[in-house]
Design a protein around this ligand. Structure first.
Ligand code: ATP
Length: 443
């Protein structure tokens, strides 16, 4: 049986859909149900205008019994185990639906007008195509509702029912191409809303010791990335490629006491939101793209510190690309681009202004820049000659002898940045963006 939920939290009233899932799972495992595999935190289209924060949706599979135990979490001192394989399916979806909807109604922040929870319980896994669409484009509620009908799913959408989209799309995800994990710790009730105590130095030690983790600490901007800023129940989240390494990582981090933790399987850090586009004409707002082009208008900085440049494709169409202020030192890479450089840009497409918001860039080829380094020397007088203007040649101020441009000395300027991949710093990284650290591993 699959359970999916989404849109239970609020930017001002707190909450977190992973916490609602943690609560539901803790409850179900105490009632003879078991999670199969890890619960899943699935990030969907990061350019959805109505998302609260990171457009994350939750799902998990449960059964009455399973084989091959795995430790998936801890709740107030009690270990939560799941199983790798199903031994016995659970047979009463309505009972599960009633149980889960009660907990969700308690956890969801209905007071926020932008919170529109959705819950799906289904025996049949939802078709992967829905996930593919929901991570890359905008999906309509009608389509999802009709799909849920075909699946004979039990579902409830609250308020405008939009949460059903994420709940269903999360169930539809399968880690067929790539997967990562995140271990999330949850604060003690009385601490929620207060300043988080997570020791930076211990996070740096963990970051260096547990090589399979990523996006823990931004050393340039001194930003402890595992700790969120919102008033939600999450104390910190550690992301990595190997689930059991995350437990080792948690043991290294020094922090305030927490009520428990849970490991989620995830599509975070996989670049699954990106679509390769051959032509600028095919780029649409609210999508995320990989697009090759030639720098057409050189980078310039606008008020606010955002750096903008234009690229052109083979059809002579152009589009703006932006490295916004929060991308910090990444902007100096971008400022180094020159007209004629060939690049591949990776990023989300903003509607207004129509711009690619850069997450990464691959500099494929840089143009040679030749610069005059010395004026010619007069053959008679042995003195450096003076320029007579752009491409007008040179003249000796002493004897009046003239010569042309070719007699000056020129040098090829060494270009920075050189060809290669560059990414925004950890502090500005999007949940779905694949860190270069993971890309190198694959190569
Ligand atoms: P958090 O990351 O803190 O859990 P959030 O950013 O996930 O919050 P939500 O509150 O879940 O934000 O709001 C996102 C809403 O957008 C949900 O209702 C979800 O169902 C819907 N949604 C997600 N992906 C799509 C999509 N591709 N097309 C249309 N709607 C979507």
């Amino acid at each position: 049986m699959w359970i999916g939920l989404d849109d239970t939290d609020s930017t001002f009233a707190g909450g977190c859909t992973t916490f609602a899932a943690y609560r539901i799972i803790s409850h179900l495992t105490g009632r003879g149900y078991y999670v199969i595999g890890y619960p899943r935190l699935v990030r969907l289209n990061p350019n959805i205008p109505w998302k609260t924060r990171g457009n994350g949706a939750l799902s998990f599979q449960i059964a009455s019994d399973g084989e091959k135990e795995i430790l998936i979490g801890l709740n107030n001192g009690e270990k939560i185990y799941g199983y790798q394989k199903i031994k016995e399916e659970c047979d009463n979806p309505k009972k599960i639906f009633d149980l889960v909807s009660k907990i969700l109604e308690k956890e969801a922040r209905f007071d926020d007008e932008n919170t529109n929870p959705g819950l799906v319980v289904t025996r049949e896994k939802i078709d992967y195509e829905l996930y593919k669409k929901a991570v890359k484009t905008i999906v309509s509620l009608d389509k999802v509702v009709s799909l849920l009908g075909k699946n004979n799913a039990l579902y409830i959408g609250y308020k405008n029912k939009r949460g059903l989209i994420g709940a269903a799309a999360s169930i539809a995800w399968s880690p067929i191409n790539d997967r990562t994990y995140e271990l999330i710790t949850y604060r003690k009730e009385k601490k929620i809303g207060s300043k988080r105590e997570v020791d930076d130095d211990s996070v740096k030690i963990m970051d260096k010791k547990i090589a399979t983790t990523f996006d823990n600490y931004d050393y340039v901007n001194k930003h402890n990335r595992i700790k969120p800023n919102s008033p939600c129940p999450v104390l910190y989240g550690i992301r990595g490629d190997v689930a059991h390494d995350l437990i080792k990582a948690m043991k290294i981090v020094k922090s305030e006491d927490f009520q428990g933790w849970m490991i989620f399987e995830s599509n975070q850090g996989t670049d699954e939101h990106l679509q390769r586009k051959e032509k600028i004409k095919d780029v649409s707002s609210f999508e995320s793209v990989i697009l090759k082009g030639t720098v057409w208008k050189e980078p310039f900085t606008i008020p606010g510190g955002h750096v903008i440049f234009k690229i052109k494709d083979g059809n002579n169409d152009t589009i703006d690309c932006a490295a916004y202020e929060p991308t910090k030192e990444f902007r100096s890479i971008i400022r180094g681009l020159c007209k004629g450089d060939v690049v591949e840009v990776y990023g989300g497409v903003r509607e207004k202004p129509f711009t690619i918001n850069l997450e990464k860039i691959k500099i494929i080829d840089v143009v040679k820049i030749v610069k005059k380094v010395e004026n010619p020397v007069c053959e008679k007088c042995g003195k450096h000659m003076k320029s007579m203007g752009k491409e007008e040649g040179f003249r000796c101020v002493k004897c009046g002898a003239k010569t042309d441009e070719s007699k000056a000395k020129y040098a090829i300027i060494s270009r920075k940045p050189s060809p290669g991949f560059y990414e925004v710093p950890v502090c500005a990284r999007r949940h779905l963006s694949k860190p270069l650290k993971r890309m190198v591993k694959e190569a």
